[in-house]
Design a protein around this ligand. Structure first.
Ligand SMILES: Nc1ncnc2c1ncn2[C@@H]1O[C@H](COP(=O)(O)OP(=O)(O)OP(=O)(O)O)[C@@H](O)[C@H]1O
Ligand SMILES: [Mg+2]
Length: 354
């Protein structure tokens, strides 16, 4: 069992993750585009790729993609990118992969639902870890007193650490509340103290803007900032709605979760009016079980009633998520070829680029 920062991939897992053929790995190594390491498994040394190794590889693709974007001002797939003479040694990567790192569409995102237990913290944690694997620099914000995002990211001493409470109420500089979780992944942790934030926050001037102002101070250091929120129509959540560009509403495919969706959408609309904001909203169906008629019906209704908001990716119900939660690691550590890993890859690309 490895925590996220120590995760290593076998060559075939790596190839699967970045959508290349396994036999390209020695070529990439030779060209210095991929660093592998030896790890002792039983009594053999196996070639592995560390989290830093995969991040470095992905960053090189991003650089090629950015250069391509600048030259053509349209978003390209890596398949379309013709290497320049200085990129000649990158040709095998640029031509052989379908993996498409692009400029991110929404920098500040939140996972939200006033209903509890729909999978917000689980998806937030898995999403930020997946995006970190893709080479991006991410700040995760835990805005829930339950601290489940923090625990999912394997931080177990959050009760001793400052949280967003200290930033918003006691004017602690946000930099002092940030901890590093793994290469490319920082966190402002959450703990029980956050459950007491509503009354003091209510008494502050410009209360709903304080979080936006705090985020602005560190925003330039990150490619992506993602918050997990508490299951309530709280002032803290409202503050995050003011700060966010994209709201990811996680909806379980069951009747009560579906019933609550009208309230969630109404809350977002009210907030948009009050704060003169236009938010992008994505509804992510979670806990989908194709064997259950009720799950199929709720998914069908979500797609009809919220057609323009429903994500293309549907997250299936699978034990891998519970296992990853239990082990406080990524689903790629649990089952890299499983349905959960596939769903999360698709969701991550959709939330980052579409
Ligand atoms: N697609 C899934 N399949 C199976 N289990 C899942 C799935 N998504 C989440 N879970 C599990 O459901 C449980 C609740 O998830 P989670 O804590 O993320 O919900 P939440 O919306 O954050 O809850 P809260 O509203 O209390 O913050 C966790 O044990 C998690 O592992
Ligand atoms: Mg939660």
């Amino acid at each position: 069992m490895a925590s996220f920062k120590d995760i290593c991939f076998t060559p075939s897992e790596f190839a699967n993750l970045v959508k290349i053929e396994r036999n390209q790995i020695p070529v990439l190594e030779e060209q210095g585009l991929l660093k592998t390491m030896k790890k002792r498994v039983g009594n053999v040394d196996r070639k592995m790729i560390s989290l830093e190794g995969i991040r470095e590889y992905c960053k090189q693709l991003q650089n090629i993609g950015r250069r391509g974007d600048q030259e053509n001002t349209v978003t390209q797939t890596t398949q379309d990118i013709t290497p320049t003479s200085e990129d000649q040694n990158l040709a095998p990567v640029a031509t052989a992969t379908e993996f498409v790192p692009q400029i991110l569409k929404h920098k500040i995102q939140m996972f939200y639902n006033v209903k509890g237990g729909t999978g917000k913290s689980t998806l937030t944690a898995q999403y930020v870890m997946r995006a970190a694997m893709m080479g991006y620099n991410i700040l995760a914000l835990d805005l829930d007193g339950q601290g489940h995002l923090t625990v999912n990211l394997d931080i177990l001493d959050a009760h001793e650490r400052p949280t967003i409470y200290d930033v918003l109420i006691n004017d602690l500089p946000i930099q002092e509340a940030i901890i590093n979780v793994a290469p490319g992944l920082d966190l402002v942790p959450g703990n029980l103290g956050l459950c007491n934030i509503e009354i003091p926050l209510n008494q502050k001037t410009r209360r709903e803007y304080r979080l936006t102002e705090a985020i602005k101070k560190i925003s330039e250091h990150y490619d992506l900032i993602v918050a997990d929120t508490n299951p309530a129509a709280s002032i803290l959540n409202c503050s995050m709605l003011v700060a966010a560009d994209l709201v990811n509403v996680v909806c379980a495919t069951n009747p009560l979760s579906f019933h609550g969706m009208s309230l969630v959408m109404a809350t977002i609309e009210e907030m948009e009016k009050e704060f003169s904001r236009k938010l992008e909203v994505k509804i992510i169906p979670n806990f989908y079980d194709s064997r259950e008629v009720i799950s199929q019906e709720v998914l069908g209704e979500l797609k009809i009633q919220f057609a323009s908001h429903c994500s293309k990716t549907v997250i299936n119900k699978t034990v891998d998520f519970n296992e990853a939660t239990k082990r406080r690691t990524t689903i790629w550590d649990v089952n890299p070829r499983g349905v959960a890993a596939q769903d999360l890859s698709a969701l991550t690309e959709e939330l980052l680029f579409n």
